[in-house]
Design a binder for this molecule. Structure first.
Ligand SMILES: [Zn+2]
Length: 220
């Protein structure tokens, strides 16, 4: 890809697949080795920018950035960190919609490595299985902590929940602010992006309307 193509893709946020594109040797190095290597390369970036790494305030930055990438911002790249989502039989026979709303989205755009911050709202209609509610939040958090595009994040959460819950009747809505739109490029401070995807019963407009009406209710 030449530089002009990179510029075009960078601002249009094209994602290429539902799966996060990963190298086959993605986990050849341990986390400790990854942190050491990123620390080295990030110090080179800082040096190239003319920063003096002997300064007390800057000297620890390459290590801090490396550790933050592997252990915090992008921990969701490693499948070993995927939350264990145990399901329970739907013994009480709950058959109506269940909605978990205002789940925090703390993600990063994969084209600029800048924050994507917002909220996710998830709804599902249980069949035979239900999950502990906090598990939905953990799953959202896991997929958010990768370099992402918002469309893919939405789909990854949807597909995972459909598989785990054994039903297509799931809807995921994400409303988020992209710092690469507000802090650079067009520098639009007010706009935000909404993505949604759904399956099963939510393909019917009345079910989606019911879901969106529930979202308007606040939690108190
Ligand atoms: Zn971006």
């Amino acid at each position: 890809m030449d530089k002009s193509q990179i510029e075009v893709i960078g601002d249009n946020h094209i994602g290429t697949s539902v799966k996060t594109p990963m190298r086959v040797d993605a986990f050849k190095h341990t986390d400790t080795e990854k942190i050491e290597n990123i620390q080295f390369h990030f110090s080179k970036i800082m040096e190239e920018m003319g920063l003096d790494l002997t300064d007390e305030s800057l000297s620890g930055t390459p290590y801090r950035v490396a550790k933050m990438y592997i252990k915090e911002l992008f921990y969701g790249l490693n499948p070993n960190n995927r939350p264990k989502i145990s399901t329970f039989p739907n013994t009480y026979g709950y058959q109506r919609m269940l909605v978990e709303q205002d789940i925090t989205i703390d993600s990063s755009c994969e084209h600029h490595f800048l924050p994507i911050i917002g909220k996710a709202h998830v709804g599902y209609i249980p069949k035979n299985k239900v999950v502990g509610l906090s598990k939905i939040n953990r799953l959202v958090d896991y997929y958010a902590h990768r370099p992402q595009v918002q469309e893919r994040l939405c789909l990854q959460i949807l597909k995972h929940l459909q598989t785990t819950l054994g039903t297509e009747d799931v809807i995921v809505v994400i409303s988020a602010k992209q710092l690469c739109v507000s802090s650079r490029g067009i520098k639009d401070k007010e706009s935000f992006t909404i993505t949604l995807d759904y399956g099963g019963a939510f393909t019917h407009v009345d079910k989606r309307t019911e879901f969106f009406n529930i979202l308007k209710t606040d939690g108190d």
